[in-house]
Unconditional design. Structure first.
Lengths: 100, 499
């Protein structure tokens, strides 16, 4: 698997990363290097082996359905939430108008 | 097969419909954070650091949302996947601070199921039809944007961000607006029975993406479909299908072709229009969410989900028509909404208890009262009806007096009005307000004798074959009794006397 300049440009645009022509040129071999390095894993025959989802045996924990059970991960903290907002408008985030 | 057709210049066309319904899961807190889900809070008051996607935050799955999705799956007889997993759907938008929605693309929690829409000839559904459901998966809702509050800015409220949704994806099995409407109503009914979604379409708890394509009648190939997003009422779902089918037929017949695209419905103009999304808007680059382990469901958990399911609409309808001997119409009306059957079943139990009879014997009387008499009286009273007086015990007492012949149907309504307005005992009202009918045969007989004595000519005519005069005698007797005689008793006595 390898990428060309066009694919890199598309990935950059999907990720909303602005890149000039020179940057795109530089990224192509860099990314291809990474890809070929990772592709070495393809040499290992893992047919019949279950995909591993965690390095230690573990299962997904479920949470109790309780509001603001942990103050750090609950709501009711609008000032904190809006603290970094570039524009704070009547309790809303203000963003450049997005409408088609 | 429905017979819904679109007449085109080149012949008849049929429409093929699939629906993706997003139903907000009933839970106290969000899917991956403990912020509240309550509707109508101050903007951004119910946002946690997780929902706002602050660096270093980790999602922790709400067990109740999993439980509700599984119960919903069981209610549509679907396969429940003991192994499921969460994926990231990547896109940028101002209402999605994470830059991705956590969803389940590859391994949804619920697999194939089905739902029955009942025959309704008036609505254009000639027979019962089973609609296949492809899957249900759990995902996060996005925030809300307001565009009309500021000249150059959009306002973002993240309260809804991270609330759990079930996306219920039907197969393309519907072939008319009526079927699609019936599907949404039935699905809503099941969700509300199960208690997994409040089904409130006005508040956006349920909204549908409507997939529509058209093809010539008999063509085995499916046409290119369009998807109209976020349609928030049954009426609009049906309107979208009509408009979109018409538009596609006209487009194809004019030599054009349908573009696979996302559209929006404008209820004011009753038309759909293209959202003109950017080319690669659909490149979501899904991948398994590395923050979340796979979800494995234990047998004990599944058992609890199953045993907590209530009697579902189809089973209830069958029991009403079977065991309770009700008409199809009454059964369908009573089982459609949770509130209706709950009120009916409470009253049925109370009436049977007061009458000392099995439920089946009083079911029809209670059904008619619940569906037509009681709502009529409540509606006519308007704001005067104090619903706290509308107890099962009072209703049952009135019904009991009707079936005992103590009060007539008309008197029952009058008593009910007083109950609703003031809340006195029905039996006491009947007594003190003179709202009782006379079943005392002696008194009625005396009046009948008088009527017959006063009208010897009519008695003669009746006896020589003029049957229609029977009504005259009933009328006269009732008049003499000031309308308070039990009509059944009057009929019986008159028949005997006129012989």
């Amino acid at each position: 698997m390898s990428v060309d300049k066009q694919i890199v440009a598309k990935i950059a645009s999907l990720a909303r990363i602005q890149m000039g022509d020179a940057e795109l040129e530089r990224m192509v071999p860099e990314l291809n290097n990474i890809l070929s390095w990772v592709e070495q894993l393809g040499e290992v025959d893992c047919s019949g082996v279950e995909p591993m989802t965690a390095v230690i045996p573990n299962t997904l924990r479920l949470r109790e359905d309780a509001v603001n059970a942990d103050p750090l991960t609950g709501g009711d903290r609008r000032d904190d939430i809006l603290a970094n907002a570039p524009a704070r408008e009547h309790g809303f985030f203000g963003v450049p108008k997005v409408i088609e | 097969m429905s017979n819904y057709r679109i007449q085109g210049a080149t012949g008849e066309w049929e429409v093929v419909i699939g629906l993706e319904v997003h139903a907000q899961v009933t839970s106290q807190s969000k899917l991956f954070s403990s912020a509240s889900t309550e509707f109508g809070a101050e903007p951004n008051a119910q946002v946690s650091l997780v929902d706002a996607a602050m660096p270093g935050m980790l999602p922790v799955l709400n067990g109740e949302c999993v439980r509700q999705a599984v119960r919903t799956g069981m209610a549509i007889e679907a396969q429940i996947n003991k192994y499921s997993r969460f994926d990231r759907k990547n896109y940028f938008y101002a209402d999605l601070p994470q830059g991705y929605q956590i969803s389940q693309l590859y391994h949804p929690i619920v697999g194939e199921g089905q739902l029955l829409i009942a025959k309704d000839e008036k609505a254009g559904i000639p027979q019962d039809k089973v609609i296949g459901i492809e899957r249900i998966h759990i995902e996060q809702d996005a925030g809300k944007l307001m565009h009309d509050q500021h000249p150059t800015m959009s306002y973002v409220d993240l309260n809804r961000c991270g609330v759990a949704l079930m996306e219920i994806v039907s197969m393309p099995h519907m072939t008319s607006p009526a079927e699609a409407g019936a599907y949404v109503r039935k699905l809503r009914s099941i969700l509300r029975y199960v208690g997994s979604c409040d089904g409130n379409m006005e508040e956006g708890s349920m909204r549908a993406d409507v997939n529509v394509s058209v093809r010539k009648v008999g063509d085995p190939e499916l046409g290119t479909r369009t998807e109209t997003k976020n349609v928030n009422s049954v009426r609009f779902v049906m309107a979208v299908i009509e408009q979109e089918a018409r538009r596609q037929v006209d487009l194809i017949e004019d030599g054009g072709s349908v573009v696979q695209e996302t559209r929006l419905y404008d209820p004011d103009k009753n038309e759909t229009r293209s959202m003109r999304s950017k080319e690669d808007a659909h490149d979501y680059r899904y991948f398994p969410d590395p923050d979340l382990l796979p979800l494995n469901l234990e047998d004990a958990f599944l058992e609890e989900c199953r045993s907590s399911l209530p009697e579902l609409p189809d089973a209830k309808r069958l029991r009403y028509t079977g065991e309770l001997g009700m008409t199809d119409y009454n059964a369908a009306q009573l089982t459609a909404e949770v509130e209706t059957f709950a009120r009916f079943e409470t009253l049925l139990a109370e009436t049977a208890r007061q009458a000392g009879k099995p439920e089946a014997e009083v079911a029809t009387q209670v059904a008619n009262w619940t569906l037509s008499v009681a709502p009529g009286v409540i509606k006519s009273l308007g704001a005067d009806a104090r619903l706290e007086h509308n107890t099962a015990a009072a209703n049952a007492a009135i019904l009991q007096m009707v079936s005992a012949g103590t009060v007539s149907g008309g008197q029952a309504k009058e008593i009910y009005e007083i109950v609703l307005k003031i809340g006195r005992e029905p039996a006491e009202i009947a007594e003190t307000e003179g709202l009782k009918q006379q079943s005392d045969t002696g008194a009625i007989e005396a009046e009948i004798d008088k009527v017959l004595a006063e009208n010897p000519d009519k008695v003669e005519q009746y006896r020589s074959g003029k049957d229609k005069l029977f009504g005259f005698f009933v009328g006269q007797t009732m008049k003499a009794m000031q309308g308070k005689a039990n009509p059944g008793v009057v009929n019986e006595l008159l028949k005997a006397k006129l012989g």
